[in-house]
Design a binder for this molecule. Structure first.
Ligand code: AHR
Length: 682
């Protein structure tokens, strides 16, 4: 939560710059100043009485994770080796081994791939023939010869951290191979160990595990496998994982913590277009992503154009959801890609795969697919309740036919499963059954701002499928690489969704992550490279909504609808039982707004001055962005709300998003159930 000036929001602290709003205003030279010509007045009425309040769905705010921009492979999945099984060049050999390279020239070492792996589903392995030796005329260069892997644009190796190296090797001779983490040019050794084995010990494929503790830090490191012993060595499935991962489950902690700080109630995965593929043959197929990681073939995601080893597979997504306390939303290929489609008469194998995927997640540990999950260390079922049939496919020839086959088969076997259709039910009723309809919007800032009222006119508010706004963002010139302008329009849109949360039950921004070295999509919420990360303004906007899921929505009205958008919630902090009334206001205009906020329906003197705060997201220029150099240029600033009361005058800075968090006397709020509060009658 963000009540109290010293409070934290999760593990990542908001920058708490205790500037008064006036002082901030004076620091904004390019911005309209608070003089009479550029100041407007407005009033906001908040009705805190139960008669006009209602509960917001527990699931309202979540996240959408797509394998895009190297978000997973080379992103939140902590594996440091890229192309660990040498499969990225395809299933024939010889093939490219990128990004692996050789250490030494052709006179000392010859490297190529062969189909000789012990893993049936991924037969490609690396053959390394060393021509030099430690003594004699043909001696090896200092440090030996071999291969290296630079990871995903450099491995971040940190002093005193331990890394687990696992590899498979084979040789007809005895071997002595140095396994080292080094700087990108190999000059600095951060950690090293040797595999020394007699020929008899490695004559068949042998698994080797080594723990390496780094003695220095280098964010641009690589893994080296080197030797100065003549002979032939085969390698396959070479992995380096830090021991320090999120809840020990293989995820990069600081990135997942940023997601955890959003308190997502669901996680939609693994795409997006990634699920569809340009061609069906390259789409994500869950069965090839479960079981021991060494046995996964990996695949080339042809929409975002990169190889993934599928270490982050279906199981890991379910595990991540569980670790985040979020419900998994499983997006499934329904026999349709961007360029090819399976006719509805032949789609049953896809339906069967879908049913089996649900059994994998929810089945008994002794069921066929539940046993695979149990063998992976999770005998208990995962809490899978949401299933999306395809992604953005409504307009395609076979969508309805395929959808209906999925719908009836899944509902027959899992009647409680909530099925999400790709067809937009906001404008007219769907012509097929669904629990949710998916709604995506990528547009300019003014348009998204005006879509604050998109769901106000929903015809049937009590029956029919609910909206799942699973992808939204300001894109194009307004967005840059993540601008304040984009964030503000998105804030207004989200407030509109919050106010319409009787018909909109789930919301997530897209895309969540971008590895700065592979920007396939702009903008994104969280930007990272091997060692750094920051949130864009769109990320910080989402932090204003972390308490909304399951809270109580209060009715608000304002007399300045053109540039002001507002909502109010009552919520209880389960950590300390504090109760808050949070009022969020976007000022999308160029003018400073003097706003009178009046809260009706409260008992007298129930708002506590000490502990009430104001948090503002704004910046000097509308197009300001965060960056690795200035990661906190546009972040929320929190200060004490010195005049907190049920009637107060506040200043809204031009182009700003403000949250007024009023700490309430405990007895002023009537408890309905944990986490939810209703404001009591006067
Ligand atoms: O979020 C990026 C892409 O935008 C998604 O893959 C797709 O669903 C949408 O078109």
């Amino acid at each position: 939560m963000w009540g109290g000036t010293n409070s934290k929001m999760g593990s990542h602290q908001f920058a708490m710059v205790l500037l008064s709003s006036l002082l901030v205003c004076q620091c904004l030279p390019t911005r309209a100043q608070a003089d009479p010509k550029t100041t407007k007045n407005a009033t906001l009425n908040v009705d805190a009485s139960p008669a006009t309040s209602r509960l917001i769905p527990d699931t309202l705010f979540g996240v959408f994770f797509e394998e895009i921009n190297h978000a997973g492979s080379g992103g939140i999945w902590a594996e440091l080796v890229s192309n660990r099984g040498f499969e990225s060049g395809g299933s024939t050999a010889p093939s490219s081994i990128e990004p692996w390279s050789t250490i030494g020239d052709e006179s000392t070492v010859i490297v190529y791939t062969e189909l000789s792996s012990c893993f049936e589903q991924n037969k490609v392995a690396l053959r390394m023939e060393v021509l030099c030796e430690s003594t004699g005329a043909n001696f090896c260069p200092t440090g030996g010869v071999g291969i290296y892997n630079p990871g995903f644009w450099g491995m971040n190796i940190e002093k005193q951290k331990t890394y687990k190296v696992v590899l498979y090797t084979r040789s007809l001779d005895s071997i002595n191979v140095s396994v080292s983490l080094t700087s990108s040019n190999g000059q600095q050794t951060l950690a090293t160990s040797n595999i020394v084995a007699a020929a008899s010990e490695v004559s068949k494929w042998t698994k080797v595990e080594i723990l390496l503790e780094a003695k220095e830090t280098n964010p641009n490191s690589r893994l080296q496998l080197t030797t100065n012993r003549k002979g032939v060595i085969w390698f396959d499935q070479v992995s380096v994982m830090p021991l320090d991962t999120y809840k020990g489950h293989g995820f990069r902690p600081e990135l997942v913590e940023m997601v955890a700080d959003l308190k997502p109630r669901f996680i939609r995965f693994p795409g997006g277009c990634f699920v569809e593929g340009e061609w069906l043959r390259n789409a994500f197929r869950w069965k090839e992503t479960v079981g021991p990681w060494e046995e996964r073939p990996g695949h080339f995601g042809d929409v975002w154009n990169y190889w993934t080893d599928d270490g982050l597979g279906y199981f890991e997504f379910l595990q991540l959801a569980e670790d985040l306390g979020a419900l998994p939303v499983w997006v499934f290929n329904n026999g349709i890609s961007h360029n090819d489609e399976v006719d509805s008469s032949y789609v049953l194998p896809f339906v069967q795969e879908a049913l089996e995927s649900i059994e994998f997640a929810r089945g008994d540990p002794d069921s066929k697919w539940g046993s695979v999950r149990a063998a992976m260390g999770h005998p208990e079922p995962f809490d899978l309740r949401y299933f999306a049939v395809g992604n953005e496919d409504c307009w395609k020839k076979n969508y309805r036919g395929n959808y209906l086959k999925f719908y009836s088969a899944i509902k027959r076997q899992y009647p409680d499963m909530q099925i999400i259709s790709n067809c937009d039910g906001s404008a007219k009723a769907l012509d097929h059954p669904a629990d949710f309809y998916d709604f995506h919007v990528y547009t300019g800032a003014s348009n998204l701002f005006s879509m604050t009222h998109k769901f106000d006119g929903t015809r049937s508010r009590t029956s029919g499928p609910k909206a799942f706004v699973s992808e939204y963002a300001v894109t194009g010139n307004d967005a840059g690489r993540g601008s304040l302008l984009a964030g503000l329009a998105e804030a207004a849109f989200l407030i509109g969704l919050e106010n319409n949360s009787d018909v909109v039950h789930m919301v997530s921004y897209a895309p969540l992550f971008v590895n700065d070295n592979d920007r396939r999509w702009n903008p994104d919420a969280i930007v990272f490279n091997a060692s750094q990360s920051y949130g864009t303004p769109s990320y910080w906007v989402q932090r204003f909504f972390t308490e909304s899921s399951g809270a109580t929505l209060l009715n608000t009205t304002t007399d300045n609808p053109s540039s002001i958008v507002a909502s109010a919630i009552a919520w209880k902090d389960s950590e300390n039982n504090n109760e808050y009334l949070r009022i969020k206001v976007v000022n999308f205009g160029v003018d400073t707004v003097n706003m009178t906020i009046s809260i009706n329906g409260l008992q007298k003197n129930t708002i506590k001055l000490f502990g009430s705060t104001k948090t503002v997201l704004t910046s000097t220029n509308l197009m300001d962005e965060n960056s690795f150099r200035e990661p906190k240029k546009v972040v929320p600033n929190q200060s004490l709300l010195e005049n907190a009361a049920d009637y107060m005058n506040v200043v809204l800075l031009p182009h700003s998003f403000t949250s007024f968090d009023l700490l309430m006397e405990p007895k002023s709020l009537l408890k309905m159930k944990p986490g939810h509060v209703y404001v009591s009658y006067i």
